[in-house]
Design a protein around this ligand. Sequence first.
Ligand code: ATP
Ligand code: MG
Length: 307
Amino acid sequence: MRLVIYTGKGGTGKTVSSCATAINLADKNYKTILISSDPAHTLSDALSINIGNELSDVLSNLMAIEIDPIFEMQKNYDSFLSYIASTFYGKGVSRTMAYEMGMLPGMTQLLSLLRIEHVLTRSDCDVAVVDMPASGEALRFLHFPKLAGSMGRKLVGIGGLLGGLARLFQPLSGYSGQLGSFLNQEADIMKRLENLGSIMSNQSITSLRLVTNTDVFSLKNAKRALMSASLFGINVDVVLINKVDKTRYETKKISENIPLEFYPVPCRIAELRKTELQGIQMLRDHALEIFNDSDPSNVFFRERYTL
Ligand SMILES: Nc1ncnc2c1ncn2[C@@H]1O[C@H](COP(=O)(O)OP(=O)(O)OP(=O)(O)O)[C@@H](O)[C@H]1O
Ligand SMILES: [Mg+2]
């Protein structure tokens, strides 16, 4: 199994490049799953097909899902949310408001990661392609499973990290009904995050691909992301320089200078088209431009050392 994750600064072309990659892989007969963890849900727009919060068919060999964190929480982590919410409504906050507040910052990314883990372990796909939100945030959360996994292991004797928090909150909230199921769910979450953490640090399974444009801001963002990925032990195997305006002076700068900034990670280039990239055929062409004849499921580069 391969996990290919696209990230980069806002608007650089993460969504279209994830879709293009997934279509190319499906055309090559790989069983492919395309996952968006971007709360803006742009897969449907790029593919011009309605994608929901459950896996749905796009092409033969290609399924896609747009993760909806609120739906995930209500469907799969109700005791988790109930417990957190109880800490608020135990203090007089209205029930509806308590549930809103229960979606603490970071919870949406956590739920997205858990859903990704679920898809990876339950499906028999050959390749999963993930469209992640802009780099900074995404990388922090890609690192989270590893961190939470190792902390969870260390704290297991005292009920786990979140279990400890739950116990702390319990006397304050005056609510005890859900503690047992909360702790069960919490142990399960830690196990699954740890599993995802080991998948993501395995260079033969996971590749992070950074998407940048030619402007200084997105280049700087990609370089920072490359450094963070290296620190977090996640292998970057391609930098995609997208929206290159070949009618301008940029050609020389792009072909010679920019790849040096990312050396030794290989760069791929895609031109700025006259129209937006939308629909299966345009995305198919975008993939051909990025990968030529090569197979997007390859590991194009392996970092030789990790810190
Ligand atoms: N090579 C290209 N040529 C022309 N238009 C492009 C190209 N790549 C992307 N676009 C267009 O740029 C816009 C942004 O692309 P996309 O949504 O894939 O970026 P993103 O990085 O996912 O953005 P966000 O950070 O908002 O999620 C879209 O309208 C898309 O069609
Ligand atoms: Mg996007």
